[in-house]
Design a protein around this ligand. Structure first.
Ligand code: URP
Ligand code: ZN
Ligand code: ZN
Length: 462
């Protein structure tokens, strides 16, 4: 099967030109202008942007949390991702309590196998890592293609790991080209603030945000960076939400330390006033209960600046949806029982496009933030994250002018609300190809769940 994408405005992280792309089978075969070739299918991309398939390196499909599971499984979540122009996700496998690292990974393979609409890889959340476990981690890297490991400083009694464990994982992963990802919030102190908050009778969703102040996130980031310096290993800070945390990353990078960070669509666009949203019997703010919480809008510009100047290297989603009815509701009367997370895997590419254009980013930088940087950081480049001869033909044809109104009516994620209900942006996904096959056209999913392949990833970028 051959496909010709004709006359599009081709954008990669480094290139910007009008051209044609010939795809043969699953890969890009030829790139040029006015290619004189016959193809089985021709896509007219004139007036459109043609970009590498988007990569979301932070999703949680079917994550057990707070007595329930995130509501997208690997089928529904990856179809929704495809609608939004994402052709690869890296989801977080969890080493359950009492499980080995390998067993955690096997559990996630069983969840995802045969279900995915797009390609996928796994990071591994470590919940137990002893003095002698480095060889097990190295085996996971060498044989399983999993080269990134997440540890939590938050959620005591569930995911929280002590500093010694974090340091051990850093020391094990770093020298082999692996990277440690940190959920950086001081969960121990946050728990004290939560106790005080509840004792004062404050149980509504807005107290989730008030009990997790920016200083708790900044402290976690500072400590993670110090440990990475001590371990002489790189660290990647996930879901950076505020300028205080960003400042710690910037200071470390200015010293030349291998410290990297991501932010998420919601931290660039939503405001803490969302927790006071009316409706659902005074509980609508639960939609936005995620960790870290949504901050004040004064953080938006610093986060965009951080993306522009390289302090932050990409935008992910932390996609972790729950239904408001029946799931978030578990926390009515006690905000600590609201499952943490929100739906985001679908709107990211277009919402970031809109924001990036408004903040004066180049098209190249938009592609870097939503695709290329993740491919490089997490060992998938150049198979993923670019349009080049021999690369997987994961390609999005994007209409830069089309207006979008976000909301449940147009979104496909398996939940009953949208984080961005009513928000208007410019620029929309038109056609999506996964390894040469059109899987989204005119808003319709044309693929077959299960054709998404597991990606064995290599070492992290240095
Ligand atoms: O609220 C969130 N972020 N839920 C998912 C788990 C995590 O901390 O990434
Ligand atoms: Zn996290
Ligand atoms: Zn997460």
């Amino acid at each position: 099967m051959t496909t010709l994408i004709r006359g599009g405005h081709i954008i990669t992280a480094s290139d910007d030109y009008i051209g044609d792309i010939l795809i043969e089978g699953e890969v890009v075969k030829q790139i040029g202008t006015n290619l004189d070739v016959l193809a089985d299918k021709v896509i007219d991309a004139s007036g459109k942007l043609v970009i590498p398939g988007s990569i979301d390196p932070h999703t949680h499909m079917e994550l057990p949390f707070g007595g329930t599971y995130s509501s997208d499984d690997f089928k529904t979540g990856t179809i929704a991702a495809a609608h939004g122009g994402t052709t690869t996700i890296v989801d977080f496998a969890v080493q359950g309590k009492g499980q080995t690292l390998q067993e955690g990974l096997d559990t996630w393979h069983a969840k995802a196998n045969g279900k995915c609409a797009i390609d996928y890889g796994f990071h591994l959340i470590c919940t137990d890592f002893g003095d002698d476990d480095a060889p097990l981690l190295h085996k996971i890297m060498d044989e399983e293609g999993v080269s990134s490991f997440k540890l939590f400083m938050a959620y005591p009694g569930v995911f929280l790991m002590d500093d010694a464990t974090i340091y051990r994982v850093m020391k094990a992963a770093g020298p082999k080209g692996g990277i440690t990802m940190i959920h950086a919030e001081n969960g121990i102190v946050i728990n004290e603030i939560i106790k005080e908050t509840l004792a004062e009778g404050n149980t509504a969703p807005r107290y989730h945000a008030l009990s997790r102040p920016p200083a708790a996130e900044a402290e976690g980031v500072h400590r993670a960076i110090a440990m990475s310096e001590l371990a002489k290993a790189p660290v990647y800070i996930v879901h950076v939400s505020c300028s205080e945390a960003l400042d710690e990353i910037k200071a470390a990078r200015d010293k030349g330390l291998p410290v990297y960070g991501e932010t998420c669509t919601q931290y660039l666009t939503l405001d803490v006033s969302c927790y006071d949203e009316e409706g659902f019997d005074g509980f609508a703010g639960a939609k936005y209960v995620m960790t870290p919480p949504i901050r004040s809008s004064s953080n938006h510009q610093p986060l965009w600046n951080g993306l522009k100047n390289g302090s932050l290297e990409l935008v992910s989603t932390d996609h972790c949806p729950f239904f408001l009815k029946g799931q978030k509701e578990l926390g009515r009367g006690d905000f600590t029982k609201i499952p943490n997370g929100g739906p985001g895997v679908e709107p990211r590419l277009a919402v970031v496009y809109d924001g990036a254009m408004k903040h004066g980013f180049s098209l190249n930088k938009w592609v870097e933030l939503t695709s290329t940087a993740a491919a490089k950081r997490f060992g998938m480049y150049p198979r993923k994250g670019t349009i080049a001869i021999g690369s997987d033909a994961d390609i999005v044809v994007f209409d830069p002018e089309k207006p979008v109104t976000w909301g449940t009516e147009r979104e496909h994620m398996n939940t009953d609300y949208s984080l961005f209900e009513g928000m208007q942006t410019k620029g929309d996904v038109e056609t999506v190809l996964l390894r040469g096959k059109v899987i989204i056209e005119d808003g319709q999913y044309l693929g077959t769940p299960g054709e998404g392949q597991f990606l064995k990833r290599g070492a992290t970028a240095s």
